[in-house]
Design a protein around this ligand. Structure first.
Ligand code: F6P
Length: 540
């Protein structure tokens, strides 16, 4: 077990000497702290000085990472080895954004020609749609593109399409339908003309219940209006690894399918064909700039020494709080409205990857693994949940993300936005002492309520501007952070067996709630009651 390593034990001892230290003192003691704990790569600066660490902490964390083989594991990923052990697959999303001329091999085969071929096909298709040269069945140009997919086949392109909204071709509507709740589809097609609407069915496996149900309903919606099954060819394309199932659905897999590969994990698939909706929205050139940003951070992750490595540093700080301070959650707080879906995207990336409790030897781990990821854009969150971060009983490490320039400069909005970001990290770190509160003339009985303990750790990630490049680099930094943490916890980060049980049970319950005759129920009493209640009440 990792927590039996001597490096872990040494960290535990070191923690005892650090737990009471205040960031106020750490900054007082070391005047060079802000420079010392600042890193730069791929257009991003990480200021991690407002963390409850000193030089020794970082050295010990680096030793732990080295002993756990983080660097070797990283090299194995880039070498296309089958590091996804439970599915015996390579983990090779880094090839999707390899914008260099270097080959990248999986099982002895250079995958780059196929990667480039699909990107080229996506670019041609996107250009046609954007130029109004992809005509629907009745000859009208497509103006609406609806991505139908869920999880990794939705969150990435949906998040990035919002994030890069400033670069969108505004006369095209690109929307995302994921939930099996029919409201999602109904509300998204309500105002659309089927003749001008194209559905992008995004599913790696092409078996996902939500996606296939929505896709079938979308086909019905289209055909109810166009009344000719031949229309499907002009109004449906697929993004998938499963050509046979795509063909079964009625989509011409040769012409209208954009493929990817089983070495692309769903939650790491934004740079694959799964990004088609995004590419339609921002155009191929901008999409390729995003790939450049991903690649720049990949290269930094691959080549920078551990002490200067942004993803490794973010990972190690997370380990420090989760495994030594006992933090259970991690907040992601973008001060950028366009990044409103980033926390949701990172929830899947992180929690589906590192929400594991069995180590690679099949043993239950005796330490905490992946945290609960959550967050909202600032400043909205300040007026909702920051109170708990400032004065609650829990320690909540947080990432503050901001930009020097706004995509929508308007008066002093951006200065105010960024002033809030800076003020929050300062207040969280340094708080306000009793003496300071008293000096403000506050009545002594009110002092405890107005005192801010501070010592709340934060990372600040800043970049000049939210561009496709900076977005790509930011996402890659988080991906690699998650990767490093998985290696340190000795878990398989690239499978997701935990979501299977619910899927299988849902199939059984569906049969029972839709059966004509009264089903014999063999669930627990609570579930039996719910099924009966639903059967009795669902009919109007
Ligand atoms: O929720 C489980 C999951 O397998 C995710 O990992 C994946 O991103 C999502 O379902 C969708 O899968 P698919 O792309 O195969 O439809």
């Amino acid at each position: 077990m990792r927590n039996e390593l001597s490096q872990w034990r040494v960290l535990q001892e070191h923690f005892e000497s650090m737990r009471e230290l205040h960031l106020r003192d750490l900054f007082k003691e070391d005047k060079g702290r802000a420079e010392k704990f600042r890193l730069e790569a791929a257009g991003w600066v990480l200021d991690y000085s407002k963390n409850r660490i000193n030089q020794k902490t970082m050295e010990l964390l680096h030793q732990l990472a080295k002993t756990c083989g983080v660097e070797q594991a990283r090299d194995a990923m880039f070498a296309g080895e089958h590091i996804n052990g439970t599915e015996d697959r390579a983990v090779f999303h880094v090839a999707l954004r390899n914008t260099s001329d270097e080959p990248m091999y999986v099982d002895g085969k250079d995958v780059m020609p196929e990667v480039r071929e699909v990107l080229h096909k996506m670019a041609e298709f996107s250009r046609k749609i954007r130029a109004g040269q992809w005509w629907g069945h009745t000859g009208k140009p497509i103006r609406n593109v609806i991505n139908v997919g869920i999880g990794g086949s939705d969150l990435g392109p949906a998040m990035a399409t919002k994030a890069l909204g400033a670069y969108a071709q505004r006369d095209l509507r690109v929307r995302f339908v994921s939930n099996i709740d029919a409201t999602a589809l109904a509300e998204n097609v309500r105002d659309l003309n089927p003749e001008e609407t194209l559905f992008v069915i995004a599913s790696k496996t092409f078996t996902t219940q939500e996606t296939l149900t929505n896709a079938r309903s979308a086909r019905r919606w289209l055909l109810d209006s166009l009344k000719d099954t031949a229309a499907v060819a002009r109004h449906f394309v697929a993004l998938s690894t499963a050509a046979d199932r795509v063909a079964e659905f009625g989509i011409d897999a040769r012409k209208n399918m954009f493929r990817f590969w089983d070495w692309v994990g769903g939650r790491y698939s934004l740079c694959s064909a799964i990004g088609l909706g995004l590419m339609v929205s921002i155009g191929p050139e901008r999409f390729f700039e995003m790939l450049d940003g991903f690649h720049a951070m990949d290269e930094h992750f691959r080549k920078a020494p551990m002490e200067k490595n942004i993803p490794m540093t973010m990972a190690l700080l997370g380990i420090w709080y989760i495994n030594f301070f006992g933090a259970e959650t991690h907040a992601v707080l973008p001060y950028e409205q366009y990044l409103q879906r980033l926390p949701a995207y990172l929830q899947q990336a992180d929690m589906e990857s590192n929400g594991k409790s069995i180590n690679k030897s099949g043993k239950r781990v005796t330490y905490s693994t992946g945290p609960v990821i959550w967050g909202e854009p600032g400043t909205n969150g300040q007026h909702a949940f920051y109170q708990l971060i400032h004065q609650g009983t829990r320690l909540i490490p947080a990432d503050f993300i901001g930009f020097a320039r706004s995509q929508n400069p308007l008066g002093d909005h951006h200065d105010k936005l960024m002033a809030n970001l800076m003020a929050q990290t300062e207040a969280l770190a340094f708080g306000k002492t009793q003496e300071e509160v008293l000096a403000e003339g506050v009545d002594s009985k009110d002092v405890p309520f107005r005192t801010f303990e501070g010592n709340r750790p934060t990372n600040t990630l800043v970049s000049k501007e939210l561009t496709p490049f900076s977005l790509g680099a930011l996402i890659a930094a988080y991906e690699h952070k998650i990767f490093c943490q998985g290696v340190i916890w000795d878990i398989y980060s690239f499978d997701q067996w935990g979501v299977q049980l619910g899927k299988v049970l849902a199939g059984k319950v569906l049969e029972e709630i839709s059966s004509e005759s009264e089903p014999e129920l063999s669930h627990d009493p609570s579930s039996n009651w719910l099924i009966k209640w639903y059967r009795e009440n669902r009919k109007t």
